[in-house]
Design a binder for this molecule. Structure first.
Ligand code: PLP
Length: 396
């Protein structure tokens, strides 16, 4: 019997496949350096873990309200007020099973078949696949190294059609590490206000910004606040990827749509994780700052080393934990005579011959680039980038 035809247009997450491949090779005893992970390599801070343990011991282990307990929603409301200067009430908040789930809920709430979603490239690889699964159409807008991998107001304006439902802005960005400044966001505001489209503002890397940069949200612009759907969560800031808590702040009509979908598809997020997330967001932020500053050191190291590789150019990206080097071009050949014509060829060659794993840029809509995650030790960064250096030195 035929399955859902839409599945034929969807590819499984390449990064998760690569992580599995690296683990397999490591289990076979190979000395592989993996730069693929999209998660902090730190443990969840102790006081957060303790609050999960307390939740279990207190038997807080049952279903909760579909889009989250009031305690956590209230904590999110005050976080948005104090940290982002955003006024919301609990009616504007929905808690989900990770920010990925927040985004899929939002897309399902927004999209009628054929609606267009504008996605600047490079993009987080799940966006277009989720849009397809919701029977929407992704309109990918390529950005360039010169624009810092950020969409301009002109590009946004040109991409909008009568079918446009939303644009996804992800700052700090995965995979480029780019962070939109206050002025850059301001320049998009007029176009967004005029067109009336929704904005999905994916702010999951909010706390990971460097060089004294500050995170801004499009929801901070009063003219468009009601059009903006803020997505955030605890995975990246608090090293809590496995706890699966994300959240949305938006107009009540969006929250009601999300609540309908979530109550029928998944019920509430994990009760224990909600308690831990409440502690993470409302408790001391000292551990977050420690992790942030370690990431900044690693970013500096990785950038310095990559910058020395002839044939590569790499921005010192101010956010998230990724660098996104760009190659001069392909048409190269390995010493074994294998042609390198794409980021996929390049990543395969680096894995097979030099035992270093990067994510090919094609997965993010930019074939000239590859992504490295520096959520790994100084030692691994040095060893892995030396291998990348050797790999490039051998190409003819
Ligand atoms: N948004 C972006 C840009 C991401 O990179 C990720 C995770 O890699 C997510 C959302 C999803 O985060 P979560 O683990 O909370 O589902």
């Amino acid at each position: 019997m035929e399955l859902n035809r839409t599945l034929d247009q969807v590819t499984p997450s390449l990064t998760l496949q690569l992580v599995a491949k690296v683990n397999d090779l490591k289990q076979q005893g190979k000395d592989i350096v993996g730069f693929t992970v999209g998660e902090p390599d730190f443990p969840t801070p102790q006081h957060i873990k303790q609050s999960g343990i307390d939740a279990i011991n207190d038997n807080f282990t049952r279903y909760t309200a579909a889009v989250g307990i009031n305690e956590l929603k209230d904590i999110i409301v005050s976080k948005l007020k104090t940290e982002n200067n955003l006024e919301y009430t609990a009616q504007n908040i929905a808690v989900n099973n990770g920010a990925k789930h927040s985004i899929s809920n939002v897309l399902m709430t927004l999209i009628n078949p054929g609606d267009e979603i504008i996605i600047p490239a490079p993009y987080w690889l799940s966006y277009p696949e989720m849009v397809t699964l919701c029977h929407g159409k992704s309109v990918v807008v390529p950005t360039t190294k010169d624009s810092g991998y950020k969409i301009t107001a002109q590009q946004l304006k040109e991409a909008i059609t009568p079918k446009t439902k939303a644009v996804i802005i992800n700052s700090p960005n995965n995979p480029s590490g780019a962070v939109y400044s206050e002025q850059e966001l301001q320049s998009l505001v007029e176009v967004i206000a005029e067109s009336g489209i929704w904005v999905i503002s994916d702010e999951i890397y909010e706390k990971l910004v460097y060089d004294g940069n500050k995170h801004f949200s499009l929801a901070q612009y009063p003219q468009i606040k009601s059009q903006v759907i803020v997505v955030n969560g605890v995975s990246k800031a608090y090293a809590m990827t496995g706890w699966r808590i994300g959240y949305i702040a938006a107009e009540p009509e969006i929250i009601k749509g999300v609540a309908k979908i979530q109550s029928q598809f998944t019920s509430s997020p994990c009760s224990i994780s909600q308690k831990a997330a409440a502690t993470a967001i409302s408790g001391s932020q000292d551990e977050v700052e420690k992790m942030r500053s370690i990431f900044e050191d690693r970013r500096n190291l990785a950038h310095d080393l990559l910058n020395k590789i002839p044939g590569l150019s790499v921005d010192k990206a101010p956010g998230a934990f990724y660098l996104f080097p760009q190659c001069e071009g392909y048409n190269k050949v390995t010493p074994e005579g294998k042609a390198i014509n794409s980021s996929l060829d390049l990543a395969d060659y680096m894995l097979e011959k030099h035992h270093v794993v990067v994510v090919p840029g094609k997965a993010f809509g930019c074939d000239l680039n590859f992504r490295i995650s520096y959520a790994t030790s100084h030692e691994q960064i040095k060893k892995g980038i030396e291998r990348i250096h050797n790999a490039f030195a051998e190409l003819r």
